[in-house]
Design a protein around this ligand. Structure first.
Ligand SMILES: NC(=O)c1ccc[n+]([C@@H]2O[C@H](COP(=O)([O-])OP(=O)(O)OC[C@H]3O[C@@H](n4cnc5c(N)ncnc54)[C@H](OP(=O)(O)O)[C@@H]3O)[C@@H](O)[C@H]2O)c1
Length: 327
């Protein structure tokens, strides 16, 4: 099959379109012919091998995960001997740990669900990582309830565009923070208030929030907490800040260490893709409450350009990669 492969760490020129061996369906899973994939900042970090402190886990000299991407949507080609849930021909979406920027992915049934009926395969391909992160952050870590006021810092990005819509679906009042060019888009997906960060610093105004989901890490934790009501909650969700060596570890460690003592501070949360969350998102999508926002789409052979865009930190909504074109 054709796949994007990286043999070394580095900027997006390390990504090459190549022929590699076709995977086979695992016993408990399915082989999926990929129609589209998507990438997010975590893929950019894995490509760069940053922060360097994580390299023992990523692969010391060269990346262990050689195909970028996790999210995909496509058609089931074959099933493993113990797989029970899917049939060849089913249209599915989900998370592929071995890399999704490829013509085929081999995945456990546990990280796959049937495609929402009202989405195209390209739209479904951008849902898993960002949708589940936004959901787990707001619903589980943030315990967001109807009537509470949530601020989403980084509302125009991959997680932010899902978070705005999920928060509205959970009945919250939503303030989104983004740059001038994205103010209209963030309002159009349901934010009740939009703050243009080039004009206003949400930590310095007098307004207080019940929950802050911080996807950006451009303010200190203390400044963010000051913008909360007395019983408010700060959700620290950022993997891309900090130096090349330690990345966000200092900020994450501070959040984790403070959380038992500082009521407003929650520890960082990690949201691996689970089937039950894909099914929950499917319900919201099919009810018309959540719609993926795709800011740009690249063909598989131009994944390096897509990755440069994601690495720039200002992607609008999600960045999709088309793999099969329906031939
Ligand atoms: N907890 C988890 O399990 C998990 C999973 C996946 C990702 N993450 C982390 O979540 C973070 C966000 O991911 P993402 O996919 O949403 O990233 P993204 O798509 O790159 O979006 C980043 C957003 O940040 C905004 N931004 C940049 N500078 C800003 C500023 N000064 N003030 C406010 N907003 C600003 C950008 O908005 P403008 O373009 O409008 O400037 C952009 O919309 C990443 O650090 C990633 O590592 C965590």
């Amino acid at each position: 099959m054709k796949a994007i492969v990286q043999d070394e760490y580095g900027s997006s020129e390390v990504l090459k379109l190549r022929e590699v061996d076709d995977p086979v369906a695992p016993d408990n899973g399915v082989l999926v012919r990929v129609h589209a994939a998507s990438i997010h900042p975590g893929d950019w970090l894995l490509m760069m091998g940053q922060p360097y402190l994580f390299r023992p886990a990523f692969g010391l000299r060269r990346p262990r995960k050689r195909i970028p991407g996790f999210d995909f949507a496509g058609t089931v080609e074959s099933t493993g001997k113990d797989a029970t849930e899917f049939q060849p021909g089913d249209e599915v979406f989900g998370n592929a740990n071995d890399g999704s920027c490829a013509e085929y992915v081999s995945v456990s049934e546990e990280t796959v669900a049937l495609k929402p009926a009202n989405l195209t395969l390209e739209q479904a391909a951008v849902v898993a990582v960002s949708g589940v992160t936004a959901l787990r952050g707001l619903r589980d870590a943030g315990k967001l309830k109807p009537g509470r006021h949530v601020l989403i810092n980084g509302a125009s990005g991959g997680i932010g565009t899902f978070a705005v819509q999920i928060a509205k679906a959970l009945g919250a009042e939503v303030t989104g923070v983004c740059s001038t060019t994205n103010v209209e888009m963030v309002g159009s997906i349901g934010a009740d208030h939009v703050i243009d960060y080039t004009q206003e610093d949400f930590t310095q105004g007098g307004k207080r929030y019940d929950v802050i989901l911080d996807n950006v890490a451009n303010h200190s934790l203390a400044d963010c907490r000051r913008a909360l009501n007395p019983d408010g909650i700060l959700l620290t969700n950022n993997g891309t800040s900090g130096s090349r060596w330690v990345g966000p570890l200092g900020r994450m460690a501070a959040a984790a260490l403070l959380s038992p003592f500082v009521r407003k501070q929650r520890p960082p949360f990690y949201a691996p893709v689970r089937k039950k969350d894909l099914l929950y998102l499917t319900e919201l999508i099919e009810a018309g409450k959540v719609r993926p926002v795709i800011g740009s789409t690249f063909p598989l052979g131009e994944t390096s350009d897509a990755m440069s865009q994601v690495g720039g930190g200002h992607a609008r909504g999600k960045v999709a990669i088309t793999v099969a074109t329906g031939e």
